[in-house]
Ligand binder design. Sequence first.
Ligand SMILES: Cc1cc2nc3c(=O)[nH]c(=O)nc-3n(C[C@H](O)[C@H](O)[C@H](O)COP(=O)(O)OP(=O)(O)OC[C@H]3O[C@@H](n4cnc5c(N)ncnc54)[C@H](O)[C@@H]3O)c2cc1C
Length: 403
Amino acid sequence: MDLSFSPAEESFRAEVKEFIDKEFTADMQDVLKKSPTNYLDPERQRIWQKALYEQGWAAPKWPVEHGGTGWTAAEHYIYETEISKAGAPRPIAFGARMVGPVIIQFGRPDQKERFLPRILAFDDWWCQGYSEPGSGSDLASLSTRAVRDGDHYVVNGSKIWTTLAQHADWIFCLVRTSTEGKRQEGISFLLIDMNTPGIRVEPIVLIDGEQPPHHEVNQVFFDDVRVPVENRIGEENQGWTYAKYLLEFERGGSYGASIRSGIEKVRYIASQENSNGRPLIEEPDFRTKIARLEMEVRAVEISELRILGALGAGERPGAESSVLKMRGTELGQAVTELTMQALGYYAQPHEIEYLTPGSNVEPLGPEYAPTVTPRYFNYRKASIYGGSNEIQHNIIAKLILGL
Ligand SMILES: Cc1cc2nc3c(=O)[nH]c(=O)nc-3n(C[C@H](O)[C@H](O)[C@H](O)COP(=O)(O)OP(=O)(O)OC[C@H]3O[C@@H](n4cnc5c(N)ncnc54)[C@H](O)[C@@H]3O)c2cc1C
């Protein structure tokens, strides 16, 4: 099997690198260098997403007729690799990666016309209203009510853990429209303008100490919120079907490239830090840990390529996206652990002053140290959001293994 890239693919790689050189500015790099996540502040995030849009890369996996790129699996791989190597920002997933595919698949023509171009151009920032207090893993128990009143629904209830809702223009929401029959058959999928009267967003401050407006998650309250019926996706009470479709796209993202660049960072740190009088990278035990991770990440990448191949052939990601999410997040977390091990003592201090955006405080140790521990803690979330890894095990057991 020939695994080398063709001249056309290498020239595509050069195009991606050129884009990154031009658009991933020194200013953005400085911000991300101090960030526990891969997101910029809203203003810079919008600039980055607009640049992707101008380049035609805002939604690489969408069908070409809706603004996708039509890339081959190899081109997706090259793109992800170069973006991760450069440490460039991740696009906000809720529009292009999550609600976009649902609108494409189940939306009416007027909904496609209204929402898809704005998602591509990042004119609208979306957030995800699935989880509720008491309804996370058992999502079908959700109780936010939407009661029909003429050509509107009146929505009451609350959503929780809503990532970056403080910046969002729109929220896609699962709401209960019936309490009869099976729980899954009484749920509808609504698109709600965040400026509608009756919506309140409250920050949730986590142990990482990120204070508003830099916090990551929120609780969103709905108090007699009037939503036009025309903002419903598909049929009333069929929202569970659309919700599950969305989750396949949410879970089936790209993991391998960023894990590989994380491993490169481990190598670098281990070449700078000493152990028993020599660089840590020369320790056989440590080298074995890196090699193990590298082998595992290859397997994840092959699964990713399989899913990309299926998407390219017009298929949906399927339950295999649960395998990807589970292994991808486990390995991603293993890399953050190894990075802390490589760093040794410098993983201990929480250098909040250095990490504060715009501060001119010097780090206590090497410049690569202060974000390592915050990123370790922050990435614990990855095996919880989008359905915890225990739930992914259940899906794999049922839908793939037929148990
Ligand atoms: C940082 C972060 C961001 C998030 N962002 C969003 C967002 O933007 N929008 C949104 O809608 N939601 C979001 N979530 C919510 C996320 O989807 C839920 O936290 C997740 O589905 C788990 O639900 P829960 O927190 O209610 O935990 P629970 O469902 O109470 O689960 C608690 C524990 O029990 C385990 N468990 C539960 N049921 C089973 C079972 N049947 N079998 C085996 N184990 C089980 C779980 O794996 C978990 O370990 C986010 C979560 C986090 C942490």
